[in-house]
Design a binder for this molecule. Structure first.
Ligand code: PLP
Length: 400
């Protein structure tokens, strides 16, 4: 976003404001495609940024949908059901029925427990639909199932395979063990484990694993001074994938790695003060609007710039950037050097395109949700959400 674009944005919209940029999102996906093996498919985890799914449809292969809400979002955005991976640790019967009734089960359904599997089987039989099921292998948490249970599920799929009107087929193995993974050692261990498990499935069930859907948890860089050589990381990750014994189709399911870089968050300085020699700036946003993974007590400096644009140096006064909530924890950045800070200046927080806008405590203090804007490559903007009051949700009064 160049200066003219920033200027025009701030003339058109009030802060606080999220802006997601088409050019950055597309560049990111194309960088991933260039850096990863050609055969790898990309699945966007909608939770990372539910607003941008519709703009990714032409450039990603799938959408991972982890809750009924995300399913309705994708349906309303017109995303095609064959691209859905309906996942989630809690699949309730009414929303699964909705999925069957509305033709949303044309992609993949994950099974995170035997109970989920039985629910899928019974609904698929009832609705006369054949669905593709992918058991999720646990990483030792509440998600997914252990190896033995996963094998039992696959055996059940094999039993169905014999019958003509089988309600389910075995679509592959799903595995996700965490986000913001910078360690290639961890990928090496996990991919080796998955290779062994694929062999075990073949030996014990006689079935080939048609596909691996793997969440690599690729990291985003959020803070000044963080060093990460992404090009080498992706190269080495690709070598690890290519080195697997089992050459089966792989889909990488990711959110942060796709969407983080496309977003900026704009917040205006609403007030400034100097208490006992400390400089405080009160912003019109706060931790209810923007959270960065790995931020701790506002100690790290998120990558951000100030508008009107100017450079600051270590010799400039340091400011504590605080939010609008009535909690001492509402500190966005501590001790940030800023040249000549004034009320009305705008802080632009970068890499805010994934999770930053949904992980905050949005209902606290009944402050409005910020507007969300999509910025097209040509600089035109589209309002995706207007600033939304939440006080109504907290009023406990119906029909006012
Ligand atoms: C099952 C699953 N897949 C993919 C993701 C996306 O992770 P990331 O944003 O680290 O790519 C998550 C995140 O929680 C997840 O739970």
């Amino acid at each position: 976003m160049d200066r003219t674009m920033i200027q025009s944005l701030l003339e058109q919209y009030r802060t606080p404001l999220y802006v997601f940029e088409e050019s950055l999102l597309e560049e990111r996906v194309s960088l991933l495609r260039r850096s990863l093996p050609k055969s790898v498919r990309l699945c966007f985890a909608v939770k990372a940024n539910p607003f941008v799914g519709r703009f990714l449809n032409d450039i990603v292969d799938r959408f991972e949908i982890c809750s009924p809400g995300e399913m309705y979002i994708c349906e309303k955005q017109g995303l095609p059901a064959e691209k859905y991976v309906l996942s989630g640790v809690h699949k309730d019967e009414p929303s699964m029925r909705y999925a069957f009734e509305h033709g949303l089960c044309g992609g993949i359904l994950t099974a995170e427990s035997m109970n989920q599997f039985e629910l899928i089987v019974s609904l698929a039989s009832e609705y006369g639909q054949k669905v593709r099921v992918m058991p999720r292998l646990t990483n030792g948490s509440q998600f997914g199932m252990d190896e033995d249970e996963t094998i039992s599920l696959i055996r059940r799929c094999r039993e169905f395979k014999e019958s003509k009107d089988a309600p389910v087929t075995f679509a592959g193995v799903h595995f996700f063990s965490g986000t913001q993974k910078t360690s290639l050692k961890k990928h090496r261990r996990e991919l080796a484990m998955l290779d062994d498990f694929i062999d075990r499935i073949r030996e014990e069930t006689g079935l080939e694993v048609p596909e691996l859907e793997y969440g690599p948890g690729f990291p985003a860089i959020y803070f000044e001074g963080e060093e990460f050589d992404e090009a080498s990381y992706l190269e080495e990750f690709s070598t690890l994938l290519a080195g697997m014994r089992n050459h089966i189709p792989v889909t990488l399911e990711m959110g942060r790695g796709i969407a983080a870089s496309c977003g900026s968050f704009f917040s205006r300085v609403a007030d400034i003060k100097h208490n006992h020699g400390e400089n405080y700036a009160i912003l019109d946003a706060g931790i209810h609007h923007i959270t960065y993974f790995g931020q701790f007590m506002a100690m790290k400096h998120p990558i951000c710039e100030i508008w009107p644009s100017r450079k600051s140096s270590e010799d400039d006064p340091v400011w504590n950037l605080c939010g609008s909530l009535c909690t001492f924890n509402d500190l966005l950045v501590k001790k940030l050097p800023v040249r000549d800070l004034k009320t009305g200046d705008v802080m632009i927080f970068k890499n805010a395109g994934a999770y930053c806008m949904t992980e905050g405590i949005s209902l606290f203090l009944s402050r409005d949700l910020p507007a969300v804007v999509w910025m097209k490559k040509n600089g035109e903007t589209q309002l995706l959400r207007q600033a939304e009051p939440v006080w109504r949700l907290n009023a406990g009064i119906q029909n006012y």
